[in-house]
Design a protein around this ligand. Sequence first.
Ligand code: PMP
Length: 449
Amino acid sequence: MSIQTKKSNKQLLDQQERRESNARSYPRRIPLAIREAEGIYITDVEGKRYIDCLAGAGTLALGHNHPVVIEAMEKVLRDRLPLHTLDITTEVKESFVDELFDSLPDGFRERAKVQFCGPTGGDAIEAALKLAKTATGRQSILTFQGGYHGATHGTMSISGNLAPKRHVQGLMPDTHFLPYPYEYRCPFGKGGDEGQALSATYIEQLLDDPESGILPPAAMIFETVQGEGGAIPAPIEWLKEMRRITKERGIPLIIDEVQTGIGRTGRLFSFEHAGIVPDAFVLSKAIGGSLPLSVVVYDRELDAWEPGAHIGTFRGNQMAMAAGTATLKYVKEQRLSEHAEKMGAKLMKELKDMQRDFPAIGDVRGRGLMIGMEMVDPEGKASIQGSLPADAAVASRIQKECFDRGLILEVGGRHGAVVRFLPPLIITEAQIDDVVAILREATAAATAG
Ligand code: PMP
């Protein structure tokens, strides 16, 4: 019998490095082994406590181990309910679909269908693409620069980040990248209302040009706030324009709500900010209440699928459905979307205040509790638009200085220069003050000298 000895962070990380693949990602920047977690806090195996503003990459809407989530999971166990059911229905599933449909905008609810997927976000995006291709009989996909939709062949094909694509041959053909309205680094060198209007005009004209080189598309897909792309919110007017342009041309619009969904941006679904309804949208992360679950919700008009058109063994995770139902209910009952909007506004204001003190903060942006702080080289040469060169080194120093002081943040976006905030939606004002206090110190240390 082996005696369990307590291991240090270093021992566990070394062992992880030896045994897990070189594709490991988060532990390289967040080097700890987690012992326990509660609310917005996690504690490592050596007893050090951290504020978790990564929250499972935006998964943990209610933070770690929220009582309503734990109770829902415990009930499944207490009642000896089946844990795995493929896509065979159960009362737990029925309640989840009731709660989900009850959350949909009026008018969409009546037309909605749901497909349980893989259970990753990536698998649900794959399903949405297949659905649109099947319904339209077309194959081109319109996607956006800076977008992120997953790590499978198909979803990587429609994602912007070049690094993981470089080494993988044979990605999905007929994907077309369009300019996303990235205010700070406008693809047209303009920014503001003019930049977003140019993006919409470009896209509309492209779609009407018989020599655009792009066959009539099966779908347009985007995030309303690009997450991995660097917490970039698309202007509301632009979102409305995309809905108009796609509707007028019979192009199904798929919105990727994997990261934005379930209250994070200040609305239950982020497309609600623009008062639009997509033809399909994809949920994962928060919808499983901490556990793996993903769905595509779509207009029944698109349902040209044959039986078995999108299958997958793990589409019946009952614990995830129970945890997801409890999460969705709690977010609505406690008005956590509004709370996220308020807390997001507070954090954004604090970051903008910091921007005045630190010239290396080039841009602060976001929607709700999906916020980014883009780090730049203040001495560098400004672009035609006036934006400064991205500075990944300073972003990563800030991440490290924060980590040392007990704050976990992610770095991402273009050139890896964006410090990202994705805290649980339950974060309080006092906790945001704690985050900002650490961040100020860390930024001072990271930019000193
Ligand atoms: N879409 C978006 C917007 C995401 O942020 C992610 C994950 N970061 C995905 C899709 C892919 O989800 P998963 O990692 O569960 O496949």
